[in-house]
Design a protein around this ligand. Structure first.
Ligand code: URA
Length: 238
């Protein structure tokens, strides 16, 4: 059996509020244990077994949380935004103030985005020195050719001091609208779009499908998310 904790201690350990705020919220019926309001701050809960929620938002008793989100079009990769919906707003059943997205996808880019409160992991995944693979699926206006693939491999210049690192281009469909997979190890601003632009081609749809060996779960619809499994987390920590 997991350890037992008072309900108010459980919530204060997870930084939901001060101990006195928490007691008041519990007495007002805003906290539920296993989907039933619990009005007693001293009620004992079993960590890992009882499901605790505050205003219907789940409070998981863990230091670090890791979520995989299939980011939809139209949402920004930020924790707060005055105008747009953010990726954090999409985690509407999760109440933790310390969650943030690991890196950014453009507003119109879809796909794999990791959301966590683990700053060390984020740093490792984003550091240019670590050269973590990111794989994108894209649809391109125009015919993508083997010559393009050779150019990607030799390092494309996108108007910065140095050319991009070699990138692997796999052509899935070469037609008026082409489909490709591109593997890059950097995360420059609008990088994939700018790489194709440098070849006179336009990205018309972009989706990240993998990062550091972690694959986007194909059962997640745009806007859906789930916690990472132990195995997935191990993969990222390698
Ligand atoms: N490259 C882009 O151009 N946009 C993204 O969102 C990610 C990579």
């Amino acid at each position: 059996m997991g350890k037992q904790l008072r309900l108010d201690k459980y919530l204060s350990d997870m930084n939901v509020g001060t101990r006195s705020e928490i007691k008041a919220w519990i007495r007002k019926g805003r906290v539920a244990v296993n989907s039933k309001a619990c009005l007693k701050p001293e009620h004992k809960v079993i960590v890992g077994e009882d499901r605790i929620s505050f205003d219907e938002q789940e409070i998981i008793y863990e230091k670090f949380l890791y979520y995989m989100l299939n980011k939809p079009d139209g949402v920004v990769s930020a924790t707060e935004d005055k105008i747009n919906k953010t990726v954090i707003d999409l985690l509407d059943t999760v109440r933790r103030k310390d969650l943030f997205p690991v890196g950014r996808l453009d507003k119109d880019t879809e796909g794999l985005l990791l959301i966590t409160n683990d700053g060390d992991l984020a740093h490792r995944l984003l550091s240019p020195k670590k050269q973590v693979d990111k794989v994108y699926y894209a649809r391109i206006n125009g015919r993508v050719t083997d010559e393009d693939a050779a150019l990607f491999l030799s390092g494309i210049s996108i108007g910065e001091a140095k050319p991009c690192l070699p990138a692997k281009l796999d052509i899935l469909v070469s037609d008026d609208i082409s489909e490709i997979h591109l593997t890059i190890q950097e995360g420059k601003y609008h990088q994939v779009k700018r790489m194709f632009e440098a070849l006179g081609k336009e990205v018309i749809y972009l989706k990240r499908i993998s990062m550091g060996g972690l694959l986007l779960d194909s059962s997640l619809k745009p806007g859906d998310y789930r916690r990472l499994t132990e195995d997935e987390l191990e993969l990222l920590n390698k």
